[in-house]
Design a protein around this ligand. Structure first.
Ligand SMILES: O=C(CO)[C@H](O)[C@H](O)COP(=O)(O)O
Ligand SMILES: [Fe+2]
Length: 225
């Protein structure tokens, strides 16, 4: 069967009202989100703390069938593979910067039944992550410095996306940080197909239209190629 690239929108719940994590997540799914992007920060790899596997497990208890991606902004991603698999995570996306043996982490994630995402910060070259594409299912190109929602989109990161799309036509390429209706065209033409968007969706008074608009923009760019 031929594999086709698909436009997918994964809202980040980072800037949502986290006292209502389940309600906010379900609302995003009801409004057409394709998956949930759960930002996990350890206060060490990035200067912020969010949530860990116990919270993800509780959310999975209430939301049985959605695709959960955890964006692991942590210094020791290997440490959380088993707990996150046990919590019901579908894709484990980790930053390669602090990791000595990236291959081993990719293998362990697969062994534990999850898809593998490899992520790079804005200062990391695309060549650094290209080495691991054969061991992974997706590459995440950060479009802000990881750590906080609501930051300004870094357009210069699109060079990396363009390079990857040119060389890997069917690779899932995700962008994350400052993405919304005003920056989506840029991501779509560069070749990203998995779109994380936090503030722009959470703050929208019509989440369904915002999600639909971004998905249509990305799908049209895919169809053109
Ligand atoms: O990983 C992240 C920050 O490190 C978040 O996923 C990202 O910032 C999404 O939020 P926004 O769309 O508001 O930038
Ligand atoms: Fe993220």
């Amino acid at each position: 069967m031929t594999r086709h690239l698909k436009a997918l929108i994964g809202p980040s719940i980072l800037n949502a009202d986290l006292s209502k994590l389940y309600e906010e997540s379900q609302k995003l799914l009801d409004n057409g989100a394709d998956y949930l992007h759960l930002d996990v920060m350890d206060g060490h790899f990035v200067p912020n703390l969010t949530l860990g596997h116990p919270v993800v497990k509780c959310l999975r208890g209430k939301i049985k069938d959605a695709f959960f991606e955890t964006h692991m902004m942590v210094s020791n991603p290997e440490q959380w593979i088993v707990p996150m698999a046990d919590a019901g995570v579908n894709q484990y996306t980790f930053h390669i910067e602090p990791v000595d043996n990236v291959e081993e982490v990719c293998r362990k994630i697969r062994e534990n039944g999850m898809k593998v995402g490899v992520a790079i910060k804005p200062g990391t070259s695309v060549a650094e992550v290209e080495k691991y594409i054969s061991l992974s299912d997706m590459v995440l190109i950060m479009t802000v410095e990881p750590g906080f929602g609501g930051q300004k989109f870094m357009e210069n990161q699109m060079e990396k996306v363009k390079y990857l799309r040119e060389h890997y036509p069917l690779l899932d390429i995700e962008v994350d940080g400052g993405v919304g209706p005003s920056t989506i065209s840029c991501c779509a033409t560069a070749g990203a197909n998995m779109i994380v968007s936090g503030t722009a969706i959470i703050g929208s008074n019509d989440q369904a239209s915002t999600i639909q608009l971004m998905r249509d923009t990305v799908q049209q760019a895919i169809n053109k190629k």
